[in-house]
Design a protein around this ligand. Structure first.
Ligand SMILES: Cc1ncc(C[n+]2csc(CCOP(=O)(O)OP(=O)(O)O)c2C)c(N)n1
Ligand SMILES: [Mg+2]
Length: 374
């Protein structure tokens, strides 16, 4: 019997606005001017917040946090492509997307200062559907598929889920399970992998043999596309197209956004220990924010004076959010127990009582020690 070909594949790459600012007119998405400006505003706000948070962390005014500088395009592009009723199930680098979907920036500061209240949605009724930040790599993809499955069971039409993870997270079993079930159940979910070349100090080529992450989609029988993740227009278009397919009942898609983490993994990391300045410089030259800003300048939506004014406004807003955060108080030490289940549960009540008893004992011991010291 001759050996037959039972499968073959190609992996496509999409770029609309290249590193030099050259635009592919045929692929340019139609986005109203105010939405384009909103996209710039949020990408720039995410960048400014990163800088501000970094300064706060160095001054001991906020805890360790992950930076999103250089990775604003996939997150904000996704938020622009999404509708209010869709769900965002993100990882920890999608600062811009969270803000764009209406999450108060103070939530981000609370979360990264260790307050559980940072995970709670401030006004659940008016809040756009945004899941809490996920730190356990890949776990959120299972949640995303679960939410998409629930949408299907409930007969929700026209809603979909966008979920994010990193290149390193794709080595987790959870990611395989999520992608497999998403296609088996044909649920409306878009998987966006932010391939930023590194999993902390571990380079991409040491964690996977495959040349692209997008090609993994073929094994699950879903569309897979690699895009320039520093090109905001490509991010918006690829995610919009995938959302359209999901809404039309055509199931999940995988998008690999090729990008770069321009700063440290978290504030506890020093990338100089494992990557070269040449490598970093080559990616600064592809900065997604500058590239998109220059596109808007060419479209005459921005000029230097407008950019200066918007950037100053953003800076003042971020400063105000930090002031609001620092003025907050009244946090509950036992807040985590409030959110484990949607309804009360005897086991959780018992654990909360044990935790509070321990806490009271520790605080009383501190008091005794302080009094003795005085
Ligand atoms: C299940 C699990 N294992 C290990 C970690 C520790 N950890 C946190 S971030 C990280 C690297 C993740 O790399 P990648 O998925 O590429 O995302 P990036 O940080 O580059 O955005 C690791 C190993 C974790 N959070 N969860
Ligand atoms: Mg990574």
């Amino acid at each position: 019997m001759p050996i037959k070909k039972v499968g073959h594949y190609t992996v496509e790459y999409m770029q609309i606005l290249d590193e030099k600012g050259k635009l592919d007119k045929a692929l340019e998405p139609e986005i109203p001017d105010d939405r384009l400006l909103d996209l710039y505003r949020h990408m720039a706000t995410a960048r400014d917040s990163d800088n501000r948070m970094l300064a706060l962390q160095r001054q001991g005014r906020i805890g360790t946090f992950p930076l999103c500088t250089g990775q604003e395009a996939p997150a904000c592009g996704a938020a622009l492509a999404m509708r209010d009723d869709d769900w965002l199930v993100a990882s920890y680098r999608e600062r811009g997307a969270r803000m764009m979907r209406g999450e108060p920036p103070t939530q981000d500061y609370l979360y990264h200062n260790g307050w559980e209240e940072g995970s709670a949605l401030a006004e659940p009724k008016s809040m756009l559907r945004t899941a809490p930040i996920a730190i356990i790599l890949g776990s959120q993809l299972l949640h995303a598929v679960g939410i998409a499955y629930a949408m299907k069971l409930r007969g929700e039409k026209d809603t979909a889920v966008v979920t994010f993870c990193g290149d390193g997270a794709t080595s987790q079993g959870d990611v395989h399970e999520a992608m497999n079930f998403a296609t088996v159940w044909n649920v409306p979910v878009v998987f966006v992998v932010q391939n930023n070349q590194w999993a902390i100090s571990h380079p991409r080529d040491k964690q996977m043999k495959c040349k692209t992450i997008a090609q993994r989609a073929i094994a699950y029988e879903m569309p897979g596309l690699q895009i320039d993740g520093n090109d905001a227009l490509a991010c918006y278009k690829a995610i919009s197209d995938a959302l359209e397919r999901a809404r039309a009942g055509e199931g999940p898609s995988l998008i690999e956004a090729v990008t770069y983490r321009l700063l440290m993994h978290t504030t506890a990391d020093d990338p100089k220990k494992y990557r070269s300045k040449e490598e970093e410089d080559s990616w600064w030259a592809k900065d997604p924010l500058i590239r998109f800003r220059d596109y808007l300048k060419k479209k005459k939506l921005l000029d230097d004076a407008k950019i200066k004014a918007i950037d100053a406004e953003i800076h003042a807003e971020v400063k105000q959010h930090v002031a609001d955060f620092e003025a907050m108080g009244g946090f509950k030490m036992d807040a985590p127990f409030d959110h484990v289940f949607g309804t009360k549960h005897a086991l959780i009540d018992r654990q909360r009582a044990m935790f509070l008893a321990d806490l009271n004992r520790a605080q009383a011991a501190d008091q005794v020690a302080e009094t003795a010291h005085a």
